[in-house]
Design a protein around this ligand. Sequence first.
Ligand SMILES: Nc1ncnc2c1ncn2[C@@H]1O[C@H](COP(=O)(O)OP(=O)(O)OP(=O)(O)O)[C@@H](O)[C@H]1O
Ligand SMILES: [Mg+2]
Length: 241
Amino acid sequence: MAVITFANTKGGAGKTTAALLLATELLHRNHRVCVLDADPQRWFSRWQEGAPLIPRLSVETYVSASTIQKIVHERRQEWDFVIIDLPGIQSPLLASAVGLSDHVIVPIQGSSMDAQGGAQVLDLLRYLDRKAGIRIPHSVVLSRVNPAITTRSMSAVKRLLAEQQINVLDTPISERAAYREMFDLNRPLRKLEGTATGSGEKAIRNAEAFASEILAMVAPGKTLDRSLMSRRNMACYETAA
Ligand SMILES: Nc1ncnc2c1ncn2[C@@H]1O[C@H](COP(=O)(O)OP(=O)(O)OP(=O)(O)O)[C@@H](O)[C@H]1O
Ligand SMILES: [Mg+2]
C-alpha cells in the first residue's frame, strides 16, 4: 500500500524510535508491516530479535543501495506498509530510498532544533523537485520534544518551517521514558508494563496521534502507482548521483 521512509543524516535524531512507534501502531490496527532496516547498526533488527514473536511484522536486515529497489518492489505487493529506517549518515541509500517512497518523514529534534542533518534530506528533496520535477511528499516530525513545551513555542517552530514550505506534523513525538524502554526491554510500547496509566498512557496517545496523522497522508488513492514509482526511482538516483 505505502512506502514510508524515515530519514535524517544526523545520528540520534529519533528515526528508529519514530519508525518503531509507527510500525507497532500500524500492527495494532491490524495492518501488515514490513520494515527495511537499512542501517548497518541494525537497531530495528536487534529490537525485533529480542522481542516476542509479533504477528504481521517482518523485518528485513542488511538492506543496501544495490538491493533496496528490488526488495521494495517485491514487498509492496505483499505488505500493507513498507517502512524504511535509514542510517544516520549520508549514503547513496538516501536517494534510492526517497525515490521509492510515498512519503518521507524527517525527524528533527524539537528541543535543540539541531536541523542540519534534516536540512540535508530536505535539500535533496528540493533538488529533485527543481532539477528533475520529481515531487516526493515529505514532512518534518519534531522529535524528543519536552511534553511541557508550550503550544506557542511549537507554533513558532512550525511557522518557521512553513515559511520554507515544509510541512510539519501537528503531532510532535514527546521525550518519554517509555520510548527508551521499548528498546531497553525489546517490547512494543503497548506491551510495556505500566503503560495503561499516567505518562505511559500519554506515550500511547502520542504514538496513536502520530500514526493517525501519517495514515491520513498515505491513505489509498494518495499513493503512486508502481510503474510510476519505478521510473521515478531511476530518475531520483540518476539526478542525485
Ligand atoms: N521520543 C523519545 N523519547 C525518549 N528517548 C528517545 C526518543 N527518541 C529517541 N530517543 C532515544 O535517543 C536515542 C537515539 O534515538 P534513535 O535511535 O531513534 O535515533 P536515530 O535517528 O535512529 O539514530 P541513528 O541515526 O543512530 O540510527 C536512543 O537512545 C533513543 O532511545
Ligand atoms: Mg536509527
